[in-house]
Design a protein around this ligand. Sequence first.
Ligand SMILES: [Zn+2]
Length: 240
Amino acid sequence: MAKAAKASVKPSAAERCEPGKFRIIVDVGHTSEALGATSARNDPEFGFNLHLAKLVGERLKASGFAATRVLVTDGKAKASLLKRVATANGARADLFLSIHHDSVPDQLLEQWEFDGAKSWFSDRFSGHSLFVSERNPHFAASLSFARLLGKELKAGGLHYASQYTLPLMGRYRHQLLDKDVGVYRYDSLVVLSRTNSAAVLLEAGSIINRDEEMAMNSPERQELIAGAVSTAMRTYCEKR
Ligand SMILES: [Zn+2]
């Protein structure tokens, strides 16, 4: 019986991963109402996320992932998380990638003046990081894509943020699942644990770090990251 059932089940286009039919959601972290972190130069994280996510979406489409959708959500922070999940699940997404930019816990912030305004920064940490949830129904696939993306970012000369294992991170402390490319475990994160598809969150870089904020604003860095996502997606797809 098992044999007959197996023979009659053809993997779907998405399971085989035909790029043109593979439904990727590129989720823009935060909303125009709840802007996320504030950069060292007082720019909101949401703007960084929106810009990079759009570029990632363009690069994915250009490399054959025509069913890619960039997801912009509105509303208050917490409600927007459930909206994202509902949209991704309703669209029967195959892979959910949330784009964010990083900051540090408040106690690490130092004061400086930028553009005549009292501003906050921390140059202590830098780098990108990747998060996956063990509660996601496709944890193994999520981890696999996160690793591939981490590998591409590393190949592009970037380093990951290593501070998440440190006690000073408090409630933001996370287990490092891949110490070579910087994949952390974040089980309770709503957009990772409640999505029905594989899901990964990318903190693309730190905007509270004064040098890295400049880098994150540069087209070179943005292209590097968007290219890394599309190359990783290609490899992920070929492996299925
Ligand atoms: Zn964020």
